[in-house]
Design a protein around this ligand. Structure first.
Ligand code: ZN
Length: 312
């Protein structure tokens, strides 16, 4: 079967169900909301007390299958709960048969139509939305499979959850040429930051409501929940707040050992980046550093930090 034949067979699954009439294992509930907020460090008052709503990003938490439903587990109750459909298994089996035996989750996109509240009983259907043509990636060649889950309460759509995986044939690891650095994942939430980097500006989001600065870029303010924001440009001064020295595992384009810094900018936000032009064993907590933009190849410029003069 050549690539075109395979892709035609894969595309035939677009629009087929991956899960039908699934139901959440538990209604939306206060204990799960509390655990989530504790784990995330989210103290938004909207998620506690009378009239509390669930954090919107918990959407998937309410529909996750239990361990009993993984890998075709034989717990009939769990199977029924997740509403699993055969078409998705068939699609994955077809890909396995074509040598695409490895899988990696690549990204997830959610939309929220109305908040979920304790007591809401969620139901969901998942459809195989698209299967990409064969793509060559650093991991190996394969196909991106996107599913869309519609989550409903009492028949009303409350949110959608799009999930994309790459099913691929692992690339052979021999005689690999020197690789480029990985590309940043640019999405709707962080595109403005990478536009700034192109202009050699390090832009920090600022909440339009409460002026709290935030980095990395997020769609809303963690302090007050407001969605509106503008940006301020970092002055470039910072200090090493913490760091690790990477020895293993080796990644293409990086030569261990090297130091990865958690840099605290003078503005107060923190960013993970390279500490450059400093031997890895000379990086220290508290070391003053300064922002610079370094071009790694034709398509990649990154903000990095070098030690201030006299700091080493
Ligand atoms: Zn705010």
């Amino acid at each position: 079967m050549d690539d075109d034949d395979l892709h035609a067979r894969l595309k035939a699954y677009e629009g087929c169900p991956a899960a039908v009439a699934g139901t959440g294992r538990d209604p939306v509930n206060v204990p799960m909301i509390r655990h989530w907020c504790e784990a995330m460090g989210d103290r938004n008052p909207a998620y506690t007390g009378l009239g509390a709503i669930a954090p919107p990003t918990m959407l998937q938490a309410w529909i996750m299958r239990g361990l009993g439903g993984l890998g075709g587990g034989d717990d009939p109750a769990a199977q029924a709960t997740q509403g699993r459909a055969q078409a998705y298994d068939e699609l994955l089996t077809l890909l396995d048969g074509a040598g695409c035996t490895a899988v990696v989750a690549t990204d997830c996109e959610q939309e929220y139509l109305r908040p979920l509240r304790p007591g809401d009983e969620v139901a969901f259907d998942t459809v195989i939305e698209s299967v990409s043509p064969r793509k060559t990636t650093k991991l190996g060649a394969g196909y991106f499979v996107t599913t869309r889950t519609d989550v409903r309460v009492a028949g009303t759509l409350v949110g959608t959850h799009r999930f994309r995986i790459l099913k691929y044939a692992p690339a052979k690891r021999t005689s690999r040429p020197r690789e480029h650095r990985p590309r940043p994942v640019v999405n709707r939430d962080n595109a403005g930051f990478w536009e700034g980097v192109r202009d050699r500006r390090f832009l920090i989001q600022r909440c339009a409501d409460c002026d709290t600065l935030r980095f990395p870029w997020l769609p809303g303010c963690n302090a007050c929940g407001a969605a509106e924001w503008d940006v301020v440009e970092a002055g470039g001064a910072g200090t090493v707040f913490s760091y690790v020295v990477m020895h293993h595992p080796p990644f293409p384009a990086f030569s261990p050992p090297y130091a990865v810094g958690l840099i605290e900018l003078a503005e107060g936000v923190r960013v993970i980046s390279d500490v450059v032009d400093v031997p890895y064993d000379k990086v220290r907590v508290g070391m003053p550093v300064e922002l610079e933009f370094r071009t790694y190849d034709d398509e990649l410029t990154l903000p990095v930090f070098r030690a201030r003069e006299g700091a080493v």
